[in-house]
Design a protein around this ligand. Structure first.
Ligand code: ATR
Length: 499
């Protein structure tokens, strides 16, 4: 096996000229190309043979059927005929599906020094016998087996990771598609995959593929080796998270051999075997798991105790017990102090919207600073529970609640996930009117200006954006993960343009 995973840029545009433009734009950021002939418009497919000579990089020839996620809807005879014609055009690899028996076609490619990639696709999940399936894919010696699976949940991810372990040292292409599978794409050099597929943002070839620049800038892909340690953030949704960018840039700057990934986790219990498999040593925790992770902790600090919420997990060994802390409290307070001119005046009044894990950190922080607090929550019971835990007032997210909020109007803190990308039209409290005198602090940061914040700005309120808290809480996490202070110049870049 080669000592480094290659980056493959998939060309999935409708014309050869557009594919060539895409290749040119990404020049220097990929090792080889894949031409998805099935994505070309009808008149263009016949011209595909011209591409290898024009790009100067090895090219994979692929004509994917609809059932494997491609666009080719013709007969198998037509497919065979088109591939036979193209196979003599200088392609370095040809991707043939596991059931495509075409020895003559293979011979045309291998006879010219090319190689066959023998692929299987599964959009229903990850089979339990994946490793065995992969090892029995090849029809002839020298073929590279490839399996692209769409993990549906954490259990699927665990099965996929187990297959990587079982197939250690075997030349293969193995990847998880979609958001749940995304970490396996980035971890290809650590887990052992012959290549990692990428595509241009405007012509994505498969779910979960990112463009080569993102792979390089956000994930330091070229620095990942089998020894690279894994960190990450767990939550749902998660792909909008800026935490990978923040931490990976910091890791690179201090020379810390680690990569930080977004893990889409709905089933928290199912995720822990994946964390052990990857020997993850640190995790950020976000919506909706900040309370649920506490039952998993072996040790917790005073902040977790007093907030009842945990946003940071660390452990000394990759499979050992977890310690929990909460960096949200300080992450929340620092930007607020700055907005208030250095200190939070005692007796300041605040309305907190939401009663989840993030709200717990906020209410704790505000109470500790001497604020008068009202909690407004959609589900009355949860709001009451939080209010009673911290001895503050509570009401529903409704007219009586909004009326009461007028007495708690110095500061409005929006802690819910309503309005977060991709559901950006949502407003958690459309009936809450702003007078313009409130400071409105929203914990969301994607999008930077939600519908809720737009209303606050239109009313003339001063706003504090969630990105400030995101950066604040990440700084302390970074110190816990690496033992080092986050580089000041990078922090300044992250905080630029945030007001
Ligand atoms: P986190 O740990 O990040 O705070 P969470 O524990 O899932 O996430 O809490 C999410 C909070 O956002 C809850 O207060 C939730 O209200 P409910 O208790 O009624 O579920 C609130 N929330 C989520 N979506 C909302 C929406 N569309 N409108 C109003 N509140 C919403």
């Amino acid at each position: 096996m080669r000592d480094r995973t290659s980056i493959c840029l998939c060309l999935a545009a409708e014309s050869i000229e557009e594919d060539l433009r895409i290749a040119e734009e990404h020049r220097g950021r990929f090792d080889l190309l894949e031409l998805r002939v099935d994505r070309l418009s009808a008149g263009e497919a016949g011209l595909a043979g011209r591409l290898p000579a024009r790009v100067g990089s090895p090219v994979i020839l692929t004509l994917r059927r609809t059932r494997e996620g491609g666009k080719f809807g013709g007969s198998e005879q037509e497919r065979h005929a088109l591939l036979s014609k193209l196979a003599v055009s200088g392609f370095a690899y040809i991707d043939l599906e596991e059931d495509f028996d075409a020895s003559d076609l293979e011979a045309r490619v291998t006879g010219r020094g090319g190689r066959v990639i023998r692929s299987m696709h599964d959009f229903t999940g990850v089979p339990a016998d994946l490793a065995r399936r992969v090892t029995s894919l090849a029809h002839h010696p020298g073929e590279i087996p490839k399996a692209a699976l769409l993990p549906k949940n954490a259990a699927d991810l665990v099965r996929l990771l187990a297959a990587f372990t079982d197939l250690e040292g075997v030349e293969k292409i193995l990847l998880g598609m979609g958001d749940t599978g995304f970490p396996t794409r980035v971890l290809a050099p650590r887990l052992g995959s012959f290549l990692c597929y990428t595509s241009a943002a405007r012509a994505q070839a498969a779910p979960g593929q990112v463009d080569p620049l993102t792979l390089e800038r956000t994930y330091n892909f070229r620095s990942i080796t089998p020894r690279t340690q894994v960190y990450g953030v767990i939550g749902s949704p998660i792909m909008h998270s800026l935490s990978p960018l923040i931490h990976n840039r910091g890791f690179a700057a201090i020379g810390f051999d680690a990569v930080y990934l977004p893990f889409l986790v709905d089933d928290l219990d199912g995720f822990w075997p994946a964390a052990d498999c990857l020997e993850i040593k640190g995790l950020s925790v976000t919506v909706p798991h900040k309370q649920a992770v506490i039952s998993r902790l072996s040790g917790r600090d005073r902040l977790v105790e007093s907030t009842g919420a945990c946003n940071t997990l660390t452990r000394a060994q990759g499979k050992g017990p977890w310690q929990g802390t909460n960096t949200d409290v300080e992450g929340f307070l620092a930007p607020l102090r700055a907005a208030l001119g250095g200190a939070i005046p005692r007796g300041v009044s605040a309305t907190v919207i939401g009663a989840g894990g993030a709200a717990r950190a906020v209410v704790h922080a505000l109470k500790a600073a001497g604020a008068r607090v009202l909690v407004l929550n959609r589900t009355a019971e949860r709001g009451r529970e939080l209010a009673e835990a911290f001895s503050v007032s509570h009401a529903g997210l409704d007219e009586p609640g909004f009326l009461q909020a007028r007495d708690f109007g110095d500061l409005i803190v929006q802690t819910t996930s309503a309005g977060m990308s991709p559901n950006i039209a949502a407003d958690p409290a459309p009936g809450l009117a702003f007078s313009g005198r409130e400071i409105v602090y929203e914990l969301l940061y994607a999008p930077p200006t939600t519908v809720f914040l737009q209303r606050a700005l239109a009313a003339g309120c001063r706003v504090v954006r969630g990105r400030k808290m995101l950066v604040g809480q990440a700084m302390e996490q970074f110190r816990l993960f690496t033992g080092s202070i986050y580089p000041a110049d990078l922090r300044a870049e992250l905080e630029a343009d945030m007001d």
